[in-house]
Design a protein around this ligand. Structure first.
Ligand code: ADP
Ligand code: MG
Length: 228
């Protein structure tokens, strides 16, 4: 599929550019942090809250740069044969307390006897963390997230992450390009990088990602990966 290939290339190029910019931003950022700290100790008569604002904003820049840097990693990490069921269980364990705090139930089904996938485990974990986070954020009043696996053929595994949140309006084919674009976010404090990184990781693993959604009813992200 040519358009998918083109998109994968575009994502890799964008990812590398983003990562190199993030890298360049790091050093001046560290020096700014240091000097703001020094000034805070030295001056009087400047409201403490100004420093708090500056420090919060610096933290935000730091967060963005670390997410951007993450995009560079796909080329650097090693592929291994790993049990996809175990990867998902690890993520559920990791996200458990956050889910509890947000009144969200994480449900799984058919995760037993899942195949082995040739993958960079840490990256696939990041994918499921991103998807679960988005699902939680789509349900501010809580709800359930279902993580369901299926095996449409011997050499393929499909994992769906479903929520019952606000959903997304729009034409299905357009959603994927819109949502995977860098900095596309509809959230006040969103960064719009999670889905881009997610798509990039899935393409890197020779898989596919699809989004289906109904406004007001929920969203399902379908991930298909080659299985061993
Ligand atoms: P962020 O979460 O920082 O906004 P993402 O790249 O993770 O960035 O997601 C981009 C956008 O895609 C979100 O702002 C939201 O509009 C939409 N989105 C992604 N996942 C979901 C979901 N499960 N339900 C509703 N909207 C979603
Ligand atoms: Mg997100």
């Amino acid at each position: 599929n040519k358009s998918k290939l083109l998109q994968a290339e575009k994502l890799t190029a964008v990812g590398q550019l983003a990562a190199s910019i993030a890298h360049e931003i790091r050093n001046p950022l560290t020096s700014l942090k240091g000097f703001i700290h020094l000034i805070e100790q030295a001056v009087s008569g400047v409201s403490k809250s100004y420093f708090e604002i500056m420090k919060d904003e610096l933290k935000r820049i730091e967060l963005i740069t670390s997410e951007l840097l993450y995009l560079a990693k796909p080329q650097a990490q090693e592929f291994k044969d790993e049990h996809i069921g175990q990867i998902i269980q690890d993520v559920i364990l990791l996200m458990g307390s956050q889910a509890l705090m947000n009144n969200v139930e994480l449900r799984t089904s058919r995760l037993e006897n899942l195949p082995v996938v040739h993958c960079v485990g840490a990256q696939l974990k990041q994918v499921f963390i991103n998807l679960i986070k988005n699902a939680m954020e789509a349900m501010p009043d809580g709800g359930a997230i279902d993580i369901v696996a299926s095996r449409p053929s011997a050499d393929m595994i499909v994992i769906q992450v479903r929520d019952e949140g606000k959903g997304i309006s729009g034409i299905p084919q357009e959603l994927i390009s819109k949502i995977g674009s860098p900095f596309y976010t509809t959230k006040e404090n969103g960064k719009g990088l999670g889905m881009m990184a997610t798509q990039q990781i899935i393409f890197y693993h020779k898989g596919t990602l699809e989004i289906s959604s109904r406004e007001g009813e929920g969203t399902t992200i379908h991930i298909a990966l080659p299985a061993l």
